[in-house]
Write a new protein. Sequence first.
Length: 692
Amino acid sequence: MTRATAGRIRKSRVRSKGEPAPALRAARPGGTPPGPSRVVIERISPEIDGGRFPIKRIVGDRVRVEADVFADGHDVLACVLRVRRLDEEAWSESPMEPLVNDRWWGEFTVEQTGRYAYTALVWVDRFATWRRDLEKRVQAGQDVAVELLAGAEFVEEAARRAEGRDAERLAGFARLIRGRGASGARVDAAVDKTLAGLMRRYPDRSEAEAAGRELGVVVDRPQARYSTWYELFPRSTAAEPGRHGSFRDCEARLPYLAELGFDVLYLPPIHPIGETNRKGRNNSVRAAPDDPGSPWAIGSREGGHDAIHPALGTIEDFRRLVRKAREAGIEVALDLAFQCSPDHPYVREHPEWFRHRADGSIQYAENPPKKYEDIFPINFDTPDWRALWEELLRVVRYWVGQGVRMFRVDNPHTKPFAFWEWLIAEVKRDDPDVLFLSEAFTRPKIMYRLAKAGFTQSYTYFCWRNTKEELAQYFTELTQPPAREFFRPNLWPNTPDILTEYLQWGGRPPFMIRALLASTLGASYGIYGPAFELCEHRAIEAGTEEYLHSEKYEIRHWDLDRPESLRGLLARINRIRRENPALQQDHTLRFHPIDNDQLMCYSKCTEDRSNIIVVVANLDYRYTQAGWVDLALDTLGLDAKQPYQVHDLLSDARYLWHGSRNYVQLNPHVMPAHVLRVRRRVRTERDFEYFL
């Protein structure tokens, strides 16, 4: 279909003056005539909330679109899938094909970052209907002279729509069909395949109908789907104890992160920290003179959200860190925390941006019974909200200008959905490669709404899903429609705020288990280090998830060479992820039965099944567990009659498996999981067998 033809689309044909109105369907409730439309387009997929929000893809993805398409009567329909970038006016088109029961499908490829629109367009194909009926009449031996004259008119109309050589060819076919020769020759011309192709190229679309709403696709760079995050506090990176770390110290840490295989370095807030009501060690309400305070208490006399803590360095030092990290294959992500310390310049310059208590003082943050006197939340209900929104957009654009293309957003669920939808759209309009990670541990529907509003990735409940049933149910939901169309999970076994009970007991095995689960269940995962790889497990008190000596309130010095470190395991896991495309996406995740509740089995594979990964994990960090895996071989494209090799990428051991049921045994103190690459048996021309 040419673009010239694609431009000749109208929702309905306009009648000439005096022309009788076409027959209408039954009136809608209320007596309003529904119009002359005959076609129906329903149940388009993928579609989020009736098209209110876009689906998400990455560059190079094929988007498969399906819809129910039908009309009254028995006429043949034609349907095309229309796609355009939002910054372009012209549509490109590809045909949609029928499946079964009036379900149609088509697909398109998204080749650039940015936003696309797509819709389905359908019309009654009068020529195809006539051609079908003509063939039936000919087969029945009926006289088709009159029908041939009607067909000639269809072809003549198409010739008037066509241009150049195509118009001449169509006119020639019309003369043949209308001619006075033998009816057999005229019928042969009418059913000629070349004519059918020309008629599809120049259809009568005067009464074509489009779907009720244009649907959207946000297309991101590949890191939106697959990324490996490492969070560290820059102030705790000094080579010697007792000194405040700097960006140069972070720079010295880059080879270590590259060795571990992380490609995103996430920094908590790097801004000046307030002194008023500063928190002390272990969240004490009284700070000692040398306590550094919480980085999330943003703002002091040195500046606010666009300033840097003086002890970390200068903006030039920060740009250098971003550049050096990129040279090491690592991207720097910044924390975006829209809140202020009492010393932030906003408090003095824009008191109207904060809530005030009855005594006139500004309301500090609370989550009763907890109080955060060192933080003032921003009041997004302020009458001056437009100026507030513009200022926060300026802050984001400032850091984008410094080379930042990833932001981890703190507590986005405490700000309006409309604000995020606006801000993210504004940023991505000019810089479509910027990515936003939502740190919202809240109710599921709120987390989903934030993802729909534009957040690229989202934190999940993975921290607190420990049993086989919990994990399988949760990740089945996240990786199947509709959630997978808009929600990209990023799995974190720990954060500076979350030391789960599971990690507080058992030493290294629980950390090993959670690292293996996070890195294989999710295409994107992250850890808060070095606390994680050094198996930091001490809580401030029993029954809490707060770290003892939390880095949120004090500078820590970490010995990266401690013998209990998971440094080697993390490096191997991340190398496995890089070398196996199956682990770089989530939509093929499938769970397989295993006859032990302490063991779970799941698989991922590439679309062509050239890369298949099967993971078997022991969820019990105390005892060895064993059981029989029951793989669904058909979903993996494996022949149940042929043996296949499974190569454990963690231990490098290889096992020959037969059929769907195979035995596994895992000691959590040695290695609590198998990460198995499935290799099929291949036979060469000389009868030499090997596994590929």
